[in-house]
Unconditional design. Sequence first.
Length: 156
Amino acid sequence: MMSHADRAEALFKSGYNCAQSMIGAFEGEIGIDFETSIRLAASFGGGMGRLREVCGALTGLFMVIGLQSGYSDPEDHEAKTRHYQRVQDLAAQFRDRFGTLLCRDLLELEESISEPVPEKRTEEYYQRRPCAQYIRFAASLLDTMPEPQSQPEPEM
């Protein structure tokens, strides 16, 4: 069976954006079908529509954990806190590994906003883009990081 990291990389190398590759790799585990998940993540590639903000691999990862174990009751402060803690823990691991969460910094780009037209996916594109390693790492985080346990409420 293909790992989540292998599946996410394969999806990326078949033309899906980073966020789509992440969420698509968890098909069958997130409660929505592949087509819906790919459409949901369509806007988040290239650091949110090629704005080069938060890395699409992380955005996809956060969508996956939201679908797997996110809260739905806005009054459930404990669940919200637990979920945000998980997001922050995952983001910290990514930042520790790569030095940033931002697409433009990961790709060493001068400009934060790029043209909306995506680059053609060619063999040369994949050879010069480090995105596959970010996708693989983000996908593997869910396989190695258990869900957080209930945290005590902070004293006010």
